[in-house]
Design a protein around this ligand. Structure first.
Ligand code: F6P
Length: 323
């Protein structure tokens, strides 16, 4: 193998740049040419290629976002899109890929590999931490730290005004950010898609707290909770319980930005190296992950098949400690 390519796809995650740097420098270290593909799979279809040297990834380890830019490509879901992408990659002499992203990225990588016959490796990048085959995804730790920083600040004003705050965090399908962020920030209640949210029970808890003279309350809501987002749930609660002045904050995309934590930079570096060396050593269609602090490889097909469960014990801990 003489020439490989790297791209970022799907939602960006802090640490993607550290991972791009790791892929580029590992490739160069092993004597390969490395091409950066801009704008994810859309850029692959358009042949938006950029030769990468060591200098091209200088000073990016600390930056959020992705210097290669990213996209969620509709065209790449079509047979025609995959054919054009194959043609563009072959014309450029690319022989293998490292794709950085989440579940949709792995699906695209698998489809592309089937269509083109080219080996693809992946690294799990998403703030949601919802990928099988790794204990932590790149970007999750940074997002959690952003969340607890925001909740700590909101708690100051909540306590000063005796308010009930509903704070919505990201997690369309998964409650990892809400659960871990909620435990870390000491939230009174945590509402996630993995557990049934019972508004009546929630109100009972709030009434109990009110009777115990709780002056303010923080409720963390994962955006994918089945009872709705923070605004909807706040409305449902307010109709039956309005002892507190109620406010809603949606942290939103702030969670996806910012300088990655040291944990995410090290994780991105380890997994970027592992995926690239895996590619060089003839691995294909697998994602590099970290399980019990060891690098492991999981076939994309397996990673996509399994849903990751939230830690039941953490739910118990959260309930116990929020009394
Ligand atoms: O990357 C996953 C995610 O962070 C989800 O938790 C969230 O629902 C989604 O991205 C938001 O994506 P978009 O940038 O398309 O609004």
């Amino acid at each position: 193998m003489k020439k490989i390519a790297v791209l970022t796809s799907g939602g960006d995650a802090p640490g993607m740049n550290a991972c791009i740097r790791a892929v580029v420098r590992t490739g160069l270290y092993h004597g390969l040419e490395v091409i950066g593909v801009r704008r994810g799979y859309d850029g692959l279809i358009d042949g938006d290629f950029l030769p990468m040297d060591s200098h091209s990834v200088s000073n990016i380890i600390q930056r959020g976002g992705t210097i290669l830019k990213t996209a969620r490509s509709e065209r790449f879901r079509t047979k025609e899109g995959l054919q054009i992408a194959t043609k563009k990659a072959k014309e450029a002499g690319i022989e293998g890929f490292v794709m950085l992203g989440g579940d949709g990225t792995f699906k695209g990588a698998l489809n592309f590999s089937e269509a083109s016959g080219m080996p693809c490796m992946g690294t799990p990048c998403t703030i949601d931490n919802d990928l099988f085959g790794t204990d932590y995804t790149i970007g999750y730790d940074t997002a959690l730290n952003t969340v607890i920083d925001a909740v700590d600040k909101i708690r100051d004003t909540a306590a000063s005004h005796n308010r009930l705050f509903f704070i919505e965090v990201m997690g369309r399908d998964a409650g990892f950010i809400a659960l871990n962020g909620g435990v870390g920030a000491g939230a009174e209640e945590i509402l996630i898609p993995e557990t049934k949210t019972n508004i009546k029970e929630l109100i009972t808890h709030l009434e109990e707290g009110w009777k115990r003279h709780k002056s303010s309350v923080i409720i963390l809501v994962a955006e994918g909770d089945e009872e709705g987002g923070a605004f909807e749930i706040a409305k449902k609660v307010k109709e039956k319980f309005n002892h507190y002045d109620t406010r809603v904050t949606v942290i939103g995309h702030m969670q996806r930005g910012g300088s990655p934590t040291c944990f995410d930079r090290v994780l991105a570096s380890r997994l970027g190296v592992a995926a690239t060396e895996g590619l060089i050593n003839n691995r294909k269609n697998e994602a590099a992950g970290l399980v019990h602090n060891q690098v492991v490889f999981t076939p994309f097909s397996e990673a996509r098949k399994h849903k990751v469960d939230v830690n039941e014990d953490l739910i118990r801990i959260a309930r116990m400690l929020s009394q």
